[in-house]
Write a protein that binds this ligand. Structure first.
Ligand code: SIN
Length: 330
């Protein structure tokens, strides 16, 4: 087989369950994430050799619950450097499922290339019976090498589906079809080497985004509204000097009256406050369940609280003042 015509894909490994190891193949919950090296992950998928020419790097070996903004900066800059090379056609990132949606959205808004960037992961450790990582990795490399994935922003290939980084979220603690895009649905499918997109990505991203990673990230925290909510969290955060707070509100971003007052006071002290919802799907409308105009808050639209936090960090890092425009645009 003449492999010189195959796309050249860089695989960047960060850890996760896809690189997880258990003492017993029947264990799918009791294991350690992020211990198997990228070379071993690739060796487990001989079919990759007929899909792409691969070069691999171990960027980190972590459980993604421990992902940091500093690692986001490293990852985004490394992807940009690789994609600036003429001989690299796309990048695949292996990641844990737990914060995959946050990393994917951050990269969607900071990578400055139209070449494909695809994240993948696994729900079962690499040592498990019926591990899902090998097929997910093969599919991710297939998507990254596909001409139709160019210009679609950062993608997530998981369980034969292709999702946009903006919309995808983890929705199950154990199922192998753990990811959904609740408001929009999948972007497309990948199966047996065939990549099929069903729709495009409308909002700006990657090369068209106004954002960049930074060395010093503004502190943005998430507070949840719930029955009997108090001022305690918000007051502590303001005293600690946070630049932004995302509220995981009830319903359409509504908030307990006591929390509402605390957040209005935080806004008066210069803290940016964004209203999202803890519900898991749906739209938080501006001036819907709370008056953003009166409170000085911003509505997150269809971004969940974790992605709203990513966007608020990027917006504050860029010095932007018009936060509602940013949330309406991205
Ligand atoms: C992680 O997010 O690193 C652990 C869980 C997983 O990958 O499914």
């Amino acid at each position: 087989m003449n492999t010189s015509s195959l796309p050249r894909i860089a695989v960047l490994a960060t850890g996760g369950t896809i690189a997880g190891q258990a003492g017993d193949a029947s264990k799918t919950a009791g294991y350690k994430a992020g211990v198997v090296g990228v070379d071993k992950l690739l060796d487990a998928v001989p079919a990759l050799a007929s899909v792409a020419r691969i070069q691999a790097e171990q960027i980190a070996s972590i459980d993604s619950k421990d992902m940091s903004a500093a690692l986001w900066t490293t990852l985004s800059r490394r992807i940009d450097a690789l994609l600036a090379q003429d001989d690299i056609d796309g990048v695949v990132i292996t990641h844990g499922t737990d914060t995959l949606e946050e990393t994917a959205y951050l990269l969607h808004l900071t990578v400055k290339s139209t070449k494909p960037v695809v994240l993948t992961a696994a729900m079962r450790p690499s040592t498990a019976l019926s591990a899902d990582g090998p097929l997910n990795l093969l599919n991710a490399v297939t998507v990254a090498g596909s001409a139709s994935a160019k210009g679609q922003g950062v993608l997530v290939a998981f369980n034969n589906q292709i999702h946009s980084a903006r919309d995808v979220t983890k929705t199950s603690t154990y199922a192998v079809d753990a990811f959904r895009s609740p408001e929009t649905g999948v972007l497309g499918f990948v199966q047996d080497g065939r990549v099929e997109f069903q729709r495009g990505v409308v909002r700006p991203h990657t090369a068209a985004s106004e954002f960049a990673v930074v060395d010093q990230w503004p502190t943005v925290e998430i507070v949840t509204s719930h029955a009997d909510a108090s001022r305690v969290m918000v007051e502590a955060l303001v005293a600690a000097g946070v630049r932004g707070i995302v509220v995981a509100g009830t319903g359409n971003g509504s908030m307990h009256a006591t929390l509402t007052q605390a957040l209005a006071d935080a806004v008066k002290q210069g803290v940016a406050v964004v209203r999202a919802s803890r519900v898991g799907s749906g739209h938080v409308m501006r001036n819907g369940a709370a008056s953003d105009d009166a409170l000085g808050t911003v509505s997150a639209g269809t971004l969940n609280p974790y992605k709203a936090r990513v966007l608020l960090m990027l917006a504050l890092a860029s010095g932007a003042q018009d936060l509602q425009r940013i949330f309406d645009t991205y």
